[in-house]
Design a protein around this ligand. Sequence first.
Ligand code: FRU
Length: 491
Amino acid sequence: MSAQTAEHALRAADEHVANASDAHSRWRPGYHLTPPTGWMNDPNGFVQFRGRYHLFYQFWPYGPQWGPMHWGHAVSDDLVRWEHLPTALAPSEEYDNGDGVVGYGCFSGSALVDDAGRLVLMYTGSVDGRQPPQTQNIAVSDDGVHFRKHAANPVIPVPPADGGADFRDPKMVQIGDRTYAVIGSSADGRGKALLYASDGDLTTWEYIGVAAESRGPEGSMWECPDLFPLADRYALVVSPMQGTVNTFPFVQIGDFDAVSGRFTSAAQQQLDGGIDFYAPQTMVDETGRRILIGWMQQWFQSNVTAEDGWAGAMTIPRELTLEGGAFKQRPVGEVESLRGPVRQLGAHEVGGQPLKVDTGASVEVRVLLGPSSARVARIAVRASGDGSEQTLYTVDRRTGRITCDRSLSGAGDVTSSHVAFDAARESLELRFFIDTCSVELFVDDGAAVMTNRIYPRPDSTGLTITAVGEGTLNVDDLTVWPLSARSAIPV
Ligand code: FRU
C-alpha cells in the first residue's frame, strides 16, 4: 500500500487545478460540464449518493490531451448544475501507475453504494507492458469525497480464459439481490461483455461468463459496456471499437437470464446520430429514472479547445424509457430549470423569405414543423449575420432523414451526420440544445438524438429557417429560452 503516494498524487493534481487560469476561456459552455482544466473523457461512477448526484470522469489535469488517467469528480443536486470536487483517484499503485511507460492510469469504471452505506468505485488499473495490463480494482469512501484504494486490489487480477488482455471498464449493476459487473473485452476479433457477480463486499468476484458478444460488425472490442433493466426488458449499451477506428455507441434491447448470465438481443440501434458522443454511462436515481450521460467528444476528432488548455465535455443527461417497445431518450426535466425568460415567437408560414432570429449562444430552441407543402426544410443554428458561418440541419420529409452539415460551423472538422425520423407523422418536434461549442438535437420527443461539437465565433448566434424548393413551410411553433448553469460554484 502506498497511501502516501496516492495522497501526494491527488494533492499535486488539485494544486495544479487550483492554479490553472483558463476557467473562463471563450469556448467554455454555458451549461455543459467540462473539466476545471486539462482533459476529460468518459463519464465514470455516475451514481446518487446521500441524495446528491456524483459524476466522475477520465481526467488528465496537466494538459488538454489524454495522459495517465485520474478520476475527476463533480457533484450536483439537480443533474444540471455541477460543482467540482477534489480529484478522486490518481495513479499510485503497481496496478495503475506505470511511470515511464506509454499508457497507464485509473481507467473507466462505475460506482455503487454498498450495504454499509459507503460509496464504492470499481475501475480498471491499466499499465502498458505489465502482465496482465488491465485488472479491476475498487476504492472506498465514507464521505463521498475521499477514496481509499482497497488493500485487496486487484479484486479481479486476471482476465478469464475466454476474454483477452483488453479487459476494462467494469460497470456494476444490482439485479435482484446480486451485484454484477459487466466488463468490456475483446477475443478472437470480437467485442465481448463479460459478466461477474459478487455476493459479498465487492472484493470477491465470480466469473459467470460472456453475457453478449459482437457477431463481427458490432466491433472487435467493446468498451464501457452497461447492462440494466429498462421497463420489462433489459438494455445493453456498448461503445464499440473496430480495428483502430472507434465507431458509435449502440443499445441492444433484449432479455437477461440471471442464471446463465446471458443477454439476448432482440433489437439494436445507434444511440446518437451525431459525431461527438462516446462511452455513455447510466444510473438509476432515487426516483427510479434511468439516466444516461455521455462524453460529448469522440476519439480522432480535432481537439479545438486544447488551445485554451482544456478538452472534453459531457452531454446533458438524458432519461431513458421504453414505451410500447420504442426506445426513447429525453433530456432530464431538470434541464428546464436552466431556462431564462421565454421568447415565444409563434407560428410562421415560411415561403420565399427565410425566417431569421437572433437566439444567443447558449439556448434551447423548440421548432415544431407542421404539415407543409415544402418537403425539405433547412434550419441553420449558430449562424453569422451573412450566413458564412452556420451549422446546417436539412430536414427531408421525402426521405425521413435529418442531416447535420458542419462544413461552415467554424473551427473543427467538416463532417456530415444524420438520423432517421418518422416522415409519416404530420408534425415534427425538434428540440435544439445549443451551446458555446456544441449542439444536441432531440428529434420527435426523444425518438432520436444527434450530438455534435461545433466551434463558431461567439457572435454567430443566429437561427434561420428556410423552405427548400416548391411550396411553403409551416412552422407551428418557435420558442427560444436562454440556458445557463453558470451559478455553479467554481473550484
Ligand atoms: C473509452 C476508453 C475506455 C478506457 C478509457 C481510458 O473511451 O478507451 O475503454 O477505460 O477510455 O481513458
